[in-house]
Unconditional design. Sequence first.
Lengths: 85, 309
Amino acid sequence: MAVNKEELKEIIIKDLFLEDITPAEIEDDAPLFGEGLGLDSLDAVELVVIIQKHYKIEIKDMDEGRVAFNSINSLADFIGEKQAS
Amino acid sequence: MESSENNQENSSKKWTSRSIGSSFQHRFFYALIHLGGRRLAYFFLYFIVAYYIIFRPSIRRKSYYYLERRFSDNTFLKMMFRSYRLSLELGKVLIDRAIIGILGYDKFKISFRQRETLRNLVKEGKGVIFLMAHGGCWQTALAALSYLNTRVNMVMRKEDGDVDRHYFEHQSGESPFSTIDPDGYLGGTLEMINVLKNGEVLCMMGDRVFGNLKNNVEAEFLGKKALFPFSAFKVASVTGAPLVVFFTSKQGADKFELDLADVIYVPENMGRSGEKFKPYVNRFVEHLEKYTEAHPFQFFNFYDMWEQL
């Protein structure tokens, strides 16, 4: 099941309290952490809970986190795959 | 919390956990413990610490940052003596730590009045965050938590080349606690969340900053502003886990006391900025000040905490 990336971006912006940024400004394949969107390790704590709250998906360990947290594309793919399984 | 992805995240670390002693000196003390127990090791410690304080002024000066703020009547001689006492207490704590590993945990009497309070917090099922400081013997505290019947996890790094051993490294059995490396992927945050989800104990140090400067906030400590991390409070906010302010102190040659100084629940939706976390950080720092008032020679931060501002 494909995940709506625009909706995912809006959720991230709203729940992470990202200011002065719109969904259109977030590139689908840009890194979420460090350069790119500029999230840091403390945002990761929040992001894990946000994904669980909105999509009922648990990110169980670092291996899953590495796959999911690369970019909006990879996060949407990860959620889609988990929802389909 | 630190991320290996971002070099900037290392920008605020001013301290080192590496021992000043050589590998030989450590092995010497381990041998003394085997041969004559605590008393023999303490006996040599008095002289070795005196050597460092008298002949290694660079070592002595590292204790001055804290002592100058803790005491107002400092003179050169008083500072020398206080530096000696502080370093001696640290040496004793390190010896005690080795004794637990070599001779066993039953060599010490541990007093902990709030055992049931802590047990009830664990029963809430959201995990418990321990916010601690570099005072007393934190490893003694972790060894005393086995009665909780849940896994204990410590966020800690071991510096390259450090020759000092944790107490469990003297034994061949399983470590009594797991470690989470703050240099790991996303600062180990995913592991932290998972251990709390499992209802386990997560221990973090609240008195040293490292990582991105924006993950720290200012708080007045011993009369001057210093930076303190708010990451533990952020994790508490996101997970709903209770955060306990937890200190240990040495009360006698073989006596330790554990103190659950406060239980803090941090509401959710606190935002990204550290500003909203300041009241909680201040609460921790107030407890830390009380700790240094009660145990002036058991706070082991040998660097200038106040320099960063």
